[in-house]
Design a protein around this ligand. Structure first.
Ligand code: HEM
Length: 149
C-alpha cells in the first residue's frame, strides 16, 4: 500500500483518539485547528489570502471557525480510514478536487501544514510516535495536494 502500515495506522488512530474523542473533540479540534492555522500563517503569510472567502481577516469569526472545523473534521475522517486504503483514496481524490479549484493553493503549503501538524501534535498527544505519524500523515497530505501547483 502507498499509505502507512496497519501497525502505524492503528497506533495513529489510537493516539488521535486522545484529541478527537467526543468529550475532547469540540474544544480541542477548534483550539488545535486554530493553533495549526496560526502557525501556518506565521510561516507562510501569503497563505492567508486563499481563505478570504471564509473571513480569515477575522480569525476568530464564526465563518473561519467553521472552516477550521471542516478541515479538522476532514482530517478526523481521513485518519479513521487509514486502515481502509481504498475508501481513503476516494476521500483523498475528492478533497484533491476540492483544493485544485482554489486559486493560490499550493503543494508547498501542504508540506508546511504537514510539518506544522507533526510539530504541534506532540503537545496534545501522549507518547507521540513521530515515525508512525509521519508515515501516516505524509501520504494523506500528499493525497489532498495531488495536482496542485
Ligand atoms: C490536513 C489538511 C487539510 C484538510 C483535511 C483540508 C480539508 C478541507 C475541507 C474539508 C475543506 C472544505 C471543502 C468544501 O466543503 O468545499 C477545505 C477547504 C479549503 N481548503 Fe483545505 N484542507 C487541508 C489543508 C489545506 C491547506 C494546507 C490549504 C492551503 C493553504 C487549504 C486550502 C483550502 C481552501 C482555500 C479551502 C476553501 C475555503 C473556502 O470555503 O473558501 N487546505 N479543506
Amino acid at each position: 500500500s502507498k499509505y502507512c502500515s496497519n501497525a502505524d495506522a492503528n497506533l495513529v488512530i489510537n493516539q488521535w483518539q486522545q484529541v478527537s474523542s467526543p468529550d475532547a473533540a469540540a474544544k480541542s479540534k477548534l483550539t488545535g485547528g486554530q493553533a495549526v492555522f496560526k502557525k501556518l500563517f506565521a510561516l507562510a503569510p501569503g497563505a492567508v489570502d486563499v481563505f478570504k472567502r471564509v473571513n480569515v481577516d477575522n480569525f476568530d469569526s464564526p465563518e473561519f471557525s467553521a472552516h477550521i472545523m471542516r478541515v479538522m473534521g476532514g482530517l478526523d475522517i481521513l485518519i479513521n480510514y487509514l486502515n481502509d486504503p481504498e475508501t481513503l483514496e476516494q476521500m483523498l481524490d475528492h478533497l484533491a478536487g476540492q483544493h485544485a479549484v482554489r486559486e493560490g493553493v499550493t503543494a508547498a503549503a501542504f508540506e508546511l501544514m504537514a510539518n506544522v501538524l507533526i510539530g504541534g501534535l506532540p503537545k496534545v498527544v501522549e507518547d507521540f510516535n513521530p515515525d508512525a505519524w509521519s508515515n501516516c500523515l505524509t501520504p494523506i497530505l500528499n493525497g489532498i495536494a495531488a495536482g496542485l501547483p
